[in-house]
Design a protein around this ligand. Structure first.
Ligand code: 5AD
Ligand code: SF4
Length: 467
């Protein structure tokens, strides 16, 4: 299912390319199949939904079965090395498929493809990769496929111009009640370990008008949860003429009539303002959850990461949010073993975790990214040692998660029933914070809000629907 995101239409030039591709790939009356393989963050998942929308426009049917695909596209992530290695392996596996299906086209896009060195490697060592393109031109997929089919030449396009975002892309949201809305792209923060500012380019916000139209359209067609996405949502609207910053945008989305929830990701602590926390408090549709990555609990390390806040500032934000919303749940990202970090400094991260009591954590061992300032810093601690620290962090978090889950027993919470659980007859409901609660019920309840009493906790939370 695909729909247009706003009244602003997808560029006529690309629509014309899509028509031409359709005529070629559907020529024999057969419906061609396309697979989109996605790595990395929600932003990539959201981009992939737009890739799928464009592919539908070109006549392709989306498949999960690689063997039957006529077009395979890998939407890649560059944040850590491990993800990159997997991509090279999985792209390599298409060589065999191409031997069996001579019409198969293979494309690679996203953050990893944006790096010149990676694009060059595909060009030289992966001759069966037909199309490689970067993060700022992905709306031109129909053009790239057409050029490949028509000229027979491989297509490489990595242009980064940091121009206005192209609107009106068709989107295949997959899920019928939860959906993403990207509100801004790129990042200007240049944390010293991070490749994102290099591969996604400068911060660019979509207009509030387009975002609100898209949100309204989703609510009107039955969506119950909208996730506003950006590498750094707190920078939304910087430099825009309408004066709508992220806090104001949240209030506007909240004003849309209907029974739905609003989530957002990701916030940078240096830009997380009182105005934003007040907007969260005042907006009944905004979930009681704040994902606020702190990366390290030590001020020297934070400084070396160019995070531009201190441990004290971070804790004061947490306290301020808790004062305004006592039931708020926090989650965070942490990097263990940043170059030069000592065990003593790592213990400051541990103590911050114990102090805040996050609902859950995304924890990463530092991975050097070529071209970033941190990649050339001395890094004397071995990977093995970092692994020991990492396990210590996981153990601490495990204890905290158990404690928070036990504390939740007895509460009554409103959940959105999201999916059937692997265990027979159970459904999983998600609270306005971050609790996942297993309840008995019929699958017809998926996509509805219910009040649930939390009965017990053993590995997972169990509850009963009370209304
Ligand atoms: N090494 C390890 N983790 C990283 N992240 C970003 N860059 C790196 C890196 N080079 C983590 C950060 C960020 C999350 C999305 O990924 O914690 O918040
Ligand atoms: Fe990377 Fe920092 Fe930007 Fe997040 S805020 S995308 S960690 S540079």
């Amino acid at each position: 299912m695909s729909l247009l995101t706003s009244d602003i239409s997808y560029p006529a030039e690309q629509q014309a390319y899509a028509e031409r591709v359709k005529r070629i790939v559907c020529a024999d009356g057969r419906i061609p199949k396309a697979q989109v393989v996605t790595y990395g963050c929600q932003q990539n998942v959201s981009d992939s939904q737009r890739l799928k929308g464009m592919l539908s426009l070109m006549g392709y049917e989306i498949t999960e079965n690689q063997e039957e695909a006529d077009f395979i596209i890998f939407n890649t992530c560059a944040v850590r090395e491990h993800a990159e290695d997997r991509v090279f392996g999985n792209v390599g596996a298409t060589k065999k498929l191409k031997k069996e299906n001579k019409n198969l086209l293979v494309a690679v896009c996203g953050c990893m493809a944006q790096q010149q060195s990676v694009a060059d490697r595909f060009k030289e060592s992966y001759p069966y990769v037909d199309i490689v393109f970067g993060t700022q031109v992905f709306h031109r997929l129909p053009e790239f496929i057409y050029k490949r089919l028509n000229s027979g030449r491989r297509v490489f396009e990595l242009e980064i111009k940091n121009e206005k975002i192209v609107e009106g892309l068709p989107v295949d949201r997959e899920d019928r009640f939860k959906g993403y809305i990207p509100i801004m792209y790129g990042c200007d923060n240049f944390c010293t370990y991070c490749i994102v500012p290099y591969v996604r380019g400068r911060e660019r916000s979509r207009s509030a008008e387009v975002i609100l139209k898209e949100a309204k359209q989703m609510v009107d067609s039955g969506y119950k949860e909208i996730m506003l996405l950006g590498q750094n949502v707190n920078s939304y609207g910087k430099g825009s003429s309408d004066g709508i910053n992220f806090a104001k945008l949240l209030r506007r989305v909240n004003d849309i009539e209907g029974d739905f929830r609003i989530r957002f990701m990701t916030s940078h602590p240096k830009d997380c303002t009182e105005e934003l926390l007040e907007a969260m408090r005042d907006c009944e549709k905004v979930e009681r959850h704040l994902h606020l990555p702190f990366q390290s609990g030590n001020n020297r390390v934070l400084n070396s990461m160019n995070r531009r806040y201190t441990r004290e500032k971070y804790l004061s934000l947490i306290n301020s949010a808790r004062e305004k919303m006592p039931d708020i749940a926090f989650t965070s990202d942490i990097i263990v073993g940043f170059p030069g970090e000592t065990y003593e400094e790592f213990k400051d991260t541990l103590s911050l975790v114990n102090e805040v009591e996050f609902a859950s954590l995304f924890t990463f061992i530092y991975s050097p990214r070529g071209g970033t300032p941190a990649a050339i810093l001395p890094d004397p601690i071995s990977r093995k040692e970092k692994g020991i620290w990492f396990d210590e962090l996981l153990k601490a978090q495990d204890r905290i998660a158990k404690k928070l889950n036990n504390k939740a027993v007895g509460q009554v919470v409103r959940v959105l029933i999201e999916e059937a659980a692997p265990a027979d007859g159970y459904l999983i409901g998600k609270s306005s914070g971050t609790l996942n609660i297993y309840v008995k019920g019929d699958e017809s309840l998926i996509g509805t809000f219910k009040n649930v009493k939390i009965d017990s906790y053993s590995n997972v939370l169990y509850g009963t629907i009370i209304e």
